[in-house]
Write a protein that binds this ligand. Structure first.
Ligand code: FES
Length: 355
């Protein structure tokens, strides 16, 4: 995975709720080919704010068939980039962006006749709306149920766009769940929880074959959706999720070698260049160690959530502190999050050039 950033011109910054904006970009003809994306993927943006380089990943909220490439940014407390995007950024400014990436995605196929269930909370709607729009447009025989939780109607990102989709497409079943606004229905009052999943399942899913469940939002919601559909017997590979915030380890560490700390000779390969250094299991993570060697390695969240720092173990073993982003089959294939990885064998070779 290369660390190439492209300079994009900001076409527009539009308020969609009191604390959320969409940022659309004007792409040059050359940039367009680099920014093709699959619905659900994200952009890693970079800029210097107050002398500090800030990188953040934001999901693309438009669909590939739409004219604009755009992301949505919700302002969070003390959020350097999100505050800047919501209060200062304007049309005509420039932002640095990496090409789209991410595993939480759907490739629509006109021949599909599937039943999709989506859960989103707050800004978790961002990748979901791109996926939903794409399915509705490109899979006329598929059905989509979308359960979207917010504090209230005013805080609901893309509400008018979602309402329009709901009017236009008979195969979309849209349900809002509000935690601070009375909907007049117990099932849609409160937060998305296991009991709510049970209620939605009994009402609309008991008689259908579920082909995929997709959840995006905070960890608590993701886990209750995941646990509920797992208990219902849905196969693991049909349950997909993307965390927007993480609070605790979610997936086990991978490729563990000896539990005894070792002093390892690590080789990092990126863009065909090799960087070698010595690193202890209990020392810094491989991403940081590589950066200290001036390797221009890709990263964004540094928290095991975004997947930008993904690389492959070509030789040796490593362990990860956290993994909220890689699928089990990727881990089995040797992929790691380098921001969470530590060597556990005396020789380790990591490549960012493998996909
Ligand atoms: S930088 Fe986001 S998972 Fe490593």
């Amino acid at each position: 995975m290369s660390n190439t950033f492209y300079t994009l011109n900001v076409k527009d910054v539009t308020k969609v709720t009191a604390d959320t904006v969409t940022i659309s970009f004007d792409l040059t003809a050359d940039q367009k080919s680099n920014f093709n994306f699959i619905p659900g993927q994200y952009l890693t943006l970079k800029m210097t704010i107050g002398g500090e380089e800030v990188r953040r990943s934001y999901s693309i909220c438009t669909a590939p068939y739409e004219a604009d490439l755009a992301v949505a940014v919700k302002e969070i407390e003390n959020g350097l980039f999100s505050g800047f995007a919501n209060n200062t950024l304007k049309a005509g400014d420039q932002l640095e962006a990496m090409a789209p990436m991410g595993n939480f995605k759907i490739t629509p196929n006109a021949d599909n006749s599937k039943n999709y269930i989506f859960y989103a909370a707050g800004s978790g709607i961002t990748p979901v709306i791109s996926m939903v729009k794409s399915i509705l447009r490109e899979e006329p025989s598929s059905n989509v149920q979308l359960y979207y939780g917010n504090k209230n109607s005013d805080a609901t990102i893309f509400k008018s766009q979602l309402d329009e989709l709901n009017s236009e497409y008979i195969n979309l079943n849209l349900t809002y769940i509000y935690s601070q606004q009375d909907t007049g229905n117990d099932l849609t009052n409160g937060r998305i929880s296991a009991s709510k999943c049970e209620g939605f399942f009994d009402k609309s899913q008991g008689n259908i074959t579920i082909d995929g469940v997709y959840a995006c939002g905070p960890e608590e919601m993701i886990m209750c959706v995941k646990d509920f559909y797992t208990a219902k017997g849905l196969a693991k590979d049909k349950i997909h999720f993307e965390l927007f915030t993480a609070s605790a380890p979610a997936k086990p560490a991978a490729q563990e070698g000896s539990s005894t700390p070792v002093q390892s000779q690590v080789t990092v390969i990126i863009d065909d260049e090799e960087y070698e250094f010595s690193l202890n299991t209990e020392g810094k993570d491989i991403l940081q160690a590589a950066q200290d060697e001036d390797a221009d390695v890709p990263f964004s969240c540094k928290g095991g959530v975004c997947c930008t720092c993904r690389a492959k173990v070509m030789e040796g073993t490593v362990k990860m502190d956290l993994n909220f982003a890689l699928e089990e089959d990727e881990v089995a294939d040797g992929f790691i999050l380098t921001c969470q990885a530590h060597p556990t064998s005396e020789k380790v070779v990591i490549s960012y050039d493998e996909y």
